[in-house]
Write a protein that binds this ligand. Structure first.
Ligand SMILES: Nc1ncnc2c1ncn2[C@@H]1O[C@H](COP(=O)(O)OP(=O)(O)OP(=O)(O)O)[C@@H](O)[C@H]1O
Length: 688
């Protein structure tokens, strides 16, 4: 069928619905129009695209509406398209494209909507060897997940094409390889459609998220599957621990001393836990004593069990009512974490430790059908794990009441209180029914605590909270061997390939700065026959979960990730982390390399250091390396103490001080808890 678009001329709509590839449509101009337009539509009419000349097709601006009522019934059908009015501005578009900066220069964006249905595994974003050959179908439509929860006005449009990034003329992006470099300013939705429980999810014109995650098996082998602690597990006992605050309780030395109920003891032993880690020894005692806690311990040292075990124990001692159906559930504990995968992991840990008890944990996070999650909540909920947006949405819908909340846990607390999530956290504690901080226990855990965040955290905690520091606050895990390679941005890919050739099938996480870079590198590696998958905030939730599954199983031993995977993820046998792009914040670096070397196992991290770009990180990196007693390359030290690095090195932030910020003069001078602005997230990632 054909329709006329006032801006682009005659468009021909081609329906490419396929059961495997999903419901897709592309719009192309008739014949030889130079303004090739492709757009994609994901089920309910939201679509974007990008023309060859860089102009976007924007559903709202062009008021293109489509009627796809019959898509569910027919394999191929012509949709009704009407195109009226054209108001988009070339100037704006071009300006935003000029803003793109990358080693690859400006390239073409990819279109999920142009997904090639010949991609056989049903997951066109799986960059395994086959996927790589097929190229990566791009993205154009909204990712359901990103759209529903966490989409912050960043669009994705354009074309995907079989073959990924070909290097010939037309497909080469300006200034380098093509491959779908997407403009940072490629917003397609207005700020009013930003995420948020009260705006994002409720917006009626957004595609409904229908994804329901696969049921997690509930046999004991699956529930209690775990990896072995490593040779350095016993070294945890040597780490210095500092508990500050008044009257801290004595730490427990063994799980027996925690006087846990029998079910919990059984579950601990089935999980392979023999003795508690330091954060567990102190954390369990402090939480059981009813104290608020801000705990800092290195990555992979068991913080999750440190809060879950005492909470579950106290709930059972307190005779928590077994969950039963109710239109509004009143959980006793709420746990929040910044990313979907992390909160799901915490939920699975809660489910493991609560196995065989009457305590029912439930998880809610974006990118998954809200209806499905509501049904899960209504079946009963004692411990509710959630990402902030979805959690607030459930509260706003009246499905979750807060009056019985006894425990509020912020995992990755420094992230939860930085500028990205702080408003949500304030909204959560200010929600109707939420007990005041005096009437609940608030628990915060992280491996990093910048001082300004500590100050802000105090707003959420009782005045006599305890600060637990295991080792160096903000320090890197000492079981990770850190190496730095000086590179120029143009040699990074070859260096990466060399590294991956030596690591073979060992599991490796490659961190990059942007989502488009993640796509690009994943595609590049697949083309080089390295089975690779990727995870970032632009991928649909099902794709994110599939990527993790394939990485965990070893089907794709290389995972290219943005910061969305930097925190908390506990994936067995990750032997290597590669920082293809160094992050802008030192804390982010510490979390990233902490994906390896967990639970007493050793790991390796290799970071590419581009002096032109990463100079500002040099001092912080030298500090991290020194505190972890690792060799500091002479060139890095030289860079740190040359002109570079001044801007980022902010002694007042004291990211490495192994102290409670209440002890520092700046805290006292400010009169205690403050509203000091926290650092924003250092990336353009959609976290939730
Ligand atoms: N006492 C223990 N004995 C054996 N294994 C443990 C013990 N405590 C935790 N683990 C295991 O160690 C791994 C890391 O734990 P966890 O994910 O809680 O670390 P974390 O400190 O939260 O890390 P991160 O800072 O990266 O979030 C998990 O696989 C967990 O099951």
């Amino acid at each position: 069928m054909q329709q006329r678009c006032l801006r682009y001329g005659l468009l021909r709509v081609r329906s490419t619905y396929s059961r495997k590839a999903g419901k897709q449509q592309t719009w192309q101009p008739c014949c030889s129009s130079p303004r090739l337009v492709s757009a994609s539509c994901q089920r309910f009419g939201k679509f974007v695209g990008k023309s060859r000349c860089g102009n976007r097709v924007l559903a709202e601006k062009h008021k293109i509406s489509i009627n796809m009522d019959h898509w569910d019934e027919e394999e191929t059908t012509a949709a009704t398209v009407t195109a009226t009015n054209s108001t988009s501005s070339d100037g704006t578009e071009r300006d935003s494209w000029k803003g793109d900066r990358s080693e690859f220069g400006r390239g073409r964006s990819r279109g999920r909507g142009f997904r090639d249905s010949s991609i056989s595994d049903g997951d066109s974003w799986s960059y395994n060897a086959d996927g790589g050959r097929d190229g990566f179908s791009g993205r154009g439509g909204e990712a359901d997940g990103a759209h529903e929860n966490g989409f912050r006005g960043r669009g994705r449009g354009g074309r995907g094409r079989r073959g990924g990034f070909r290097r010939d003329g037309d497909q080469v992006g300006r200034g380098g390889l093509g491959g779908g470099y997407r403009g940072k300013d490629e917003e397609i939705f207005s700020p009013g459609q930003d995420k948020g429980p009260d705006k994002g999810e409720a917006a009626s014109d957004k595609p409904r998220v229908t994804y329901v995650p696969p049921t997690v098996p509930d046999d004991e082998a699956t529930i209690f599957s775990h990896y072995e602690s490593g040779i350095n597990f016993d070294k945890y006992d040597d780490i210095l621990v500092d508990v500050s605050g008044t009257n801290p309780p004595m730490a427990i030395m063994t799980f027996d001393e925690a006087a846990l109920c029998e079910s919990l003891r059984n579950n601990i032993s089935k999980s392979g836990y023999v003795k508690p880690t330091p954060v567990q020894k102190h954390g369990i005692a402090i939480i059981s004593a009813g104290r608020d806690l801000m705990a800092c311990a290195q990555t992979g040292s068991g913080k999750t069990a440190a809060f879950l075990l005492p909470i579950l124990q106290q709930l059972m001692v307190g005779g928590v009512a077994a969950s039963c159906f109710s239109e509004t559930q009143e959980p006793e504990a709420i746990i929040v974490a910044p990313t979907r995968e992390l909160i799901n992991q915490i939920y699975l840990e809660a489910r493991k430790f609560a196995h065989g008890t009457c305590v029912r944990p439930v998880v809610v996070y974006g990118g998954v059908s809200t209806g499905y999650q509501i049904r899960e909540i209504l079946r009963g909920c004692n411990v509710l794990c959630g990402t902030p947006g979805r959690l607030l949405d459930m509260i706003g819908r009246g499905k979750v009441g807060l009056s019985k909340v006894r425990y509020l846990v912020l995992d990755e607390a420094d992230r939860m209180l930085d500028m990205g999530f702080e408003p949500d956290m304030r909204r959560l504690v200010g929600s109707p029914g939420m007990p005041s901080k005096e009437n609940r226990q608030t628990l915060m855990f992280s491996a990093t605590y910048p001082e300004d965040i500590q100050r802000m955290a105090a707003d959420f905690l009782k005045a006599d909270y305890l600060f637990l520091a295991v080792g160096i606050v903000g320090g890197a895990c000492s079981d990770v061997e850190q190496t730095f390679v000086q590179v120029s941005k143009f040699s990074k890919r070859e260096q990466l390939l060399d590294i991956l050739k030596t690591t073979g099938t060992e599991r490796t996480m490659v961190f990059v700065e942007t989502k488009r870079q993640a796509d690009f590198i994943a595609t590049f590696l697949c083309q080089e026959d390295v089975p690779t998958t990727s995870i970032h905030g632009d991928r649909e939730q099902r794709e994110r979960e599939l990527a993790l599954t394939q990485f965990r199983s070893g089907k794709c031993p290389v995972l290219v990730a943005t910061s969305v995977a930097a925190r908390g993820l506990d994936i067995p046998d990750v032997q290597h982390v590669v920082n293809f792009d160094l992050p802008k914040e030192i804390d982010e670096y510490v979390h990233r390399i902490g994906r390896t070397g967990r639970c007493g196992n050793v790991g390796r991290a290799v970071s590419f250091f581009d002096p032109d770009i990463d100079g500002q990180m040099a001092r912080s990196l030298v500090t991290v390396l020194s505190k972890a007693q690792q060799e500091v390359p002479a060139w890095l030290e030289a860079s740190a103490f040359s002109g570079h690095g001044k801007s980022d090195f902010n002694p007042s932030r004291k990211p490495f001080g192994s102290t409670d910020s209440r002890k520092t003069s700046s805290f006292r001078d400010n009169g205690g808890p403050s509203q000091a602005a926290a650092q924003p997230a250092a990336d353009d990632e959609e976290w939730e």
